[in-house]
Design a protein around this ligand. Structure first.
Ligand code: ATP
Length: 313
């Protein structure tokens, strides 16, 4: 099996009594897109700052492309693009001058620098804004500029803190398309966001943090599945069968808490999964000729997120 691009082991960063990052471990494979989710203060930004070598952990290890990030911060940094949360526009600086400044800081000179500035501006769709002062850009344009800066030097690993925050729906869609293009180029992405449905669209798996710790890791389906202990079904009764259906469900040991909803459907919990046979319970129900449709009710990622936090308290 190939080595992970990033391996984080027992990472700790405390600020006085605040345990911002409290012993987290995870791995990212090259080409993966991973969402970092968590409530305000969960430790996402601190984690990202540690990974990008902008801060030092109290303990723990970060291995990037086989290198110890603490021992080789410059080497690691040159291969990572960091897109911070927020942007402080410098006045009297044009888009071109701003990106050119970072290309120079990256060590590029002459034709190579010009070509790199042109490349990142074109990729982010803001080449036509080269002469525009950056404090006159819209929020969406500013995020594109911030991404363009992140892409200088063509880093293989991109760490983005809330990149879609504050964007209108159109700008958000366009931003998602840019993320998709980066994925097609094989980049490895770590993206934090509060908009969980959006994150699940952009990323193939999630790391769910709270209080500096990792609570869940997996695809959004896996995280939802792990947290769903109850199997709730919505059942559409056959014509005039609602009462008989409710009576049948009340008699059955596999079903619990059947309730008739205002829309005429019945909601019930299947308990048969405790002995591993929900499919049998659903089949037995369907065999009664009392139902038209049986559908499993699933939570979305937002509801799961709130539930996991509530269960923790
Ligand atoms: P948000 O979604 O609000 O940006 P976050 O998940 O990114 O939150 P962090 O910014 O990593 O959370 O903060 C984690 C905790 O560490 C918070 O309690 C925060 O106040 C604290 N913290 C972060 N940086 C510092 C610092 N430089 N000094 C003191 N405390 C800090």
């Amino acid at each position: 099996m190939s080595e992970p691009l990033l391996k984080v082991t027992d990472l700790v960063r405390h600020f006085g009594a605040v345990k911002a990052v409290d012993g987290i471990s995870f791995e990212l494979k090259a080409g993966q897109s991973v969402g970092l989710i968590g409530a305000n203060g969960a430790g996402k930004t601190t984690t990202m700052r540690l990974l990008t070598t902008l801060d030092l952990p109290d303990s723990g290890e970060i291995i990037f492309a086989g290198m110890d990030a603490m021992a080789w911060p410059e080497k690691v940094r040159s291969r990572i693009g960091w897109m911070p949360d927020g942007f402080d526009p410098v006045s009297h600086t044009s888009v071109w001058e701003y990106i050119d400044f970072f290309a120079r800081a990256y060590g590029l000179t002459g034709h190579k620098r010009v070509a790199e500035v042109e490349r990142v501006l074109a990729f982010c769709g803001i080449a036509n804004l080269s002469e525009r002062l950056i404090n006159k850009l819209s929020k969406g344009q500013t995020q594109r500029l911030s991404l363009a800066r992140t892409l200088i030097g063509d880093p293989e690993f991109l760490v983005m803190d809330e990149p879609a925050a504050g964007l209108d729906p159109q700008a958000r869609l366009e931003f998602k398309q840019l993320v998709r293009s980066l994925q097609e180029k094989g980049k490895t992405l770590l993206i934090s966001s509060h908009i969980l449905s959006e994150l699940s669209e952009m990323c193939d798996s999630m790391i769910f943090m709270d209080d500096g710790r990792i609570l869940r890791v997996g695809t959004s389906e896996e995280i939802i599945g792990m947290s769903e202990e109850k199997l709730i079904y919505q059942i559409r009764p056959a014509d005039d069968c609602a009462d008989v259906l409710l009576a049948w469900l009340a008699e059955s040991s596999a079903w619990h808490g059947a309730t008739l909803l205002p829309d005429g459907t019945v909601r019930a919990e299947c308990r048969a999964h405790e002995n591993g046979a929900p499919a049998l319970a659903v089949r037995a129900l369907c065999n009664e000729n009392l139902v038209l449709e049986v559908t499993r009710c699933r939570r979305n990622l937002e509801q799961t997120f709130v539930n996991i936090l509530q269960e923790k308290q």
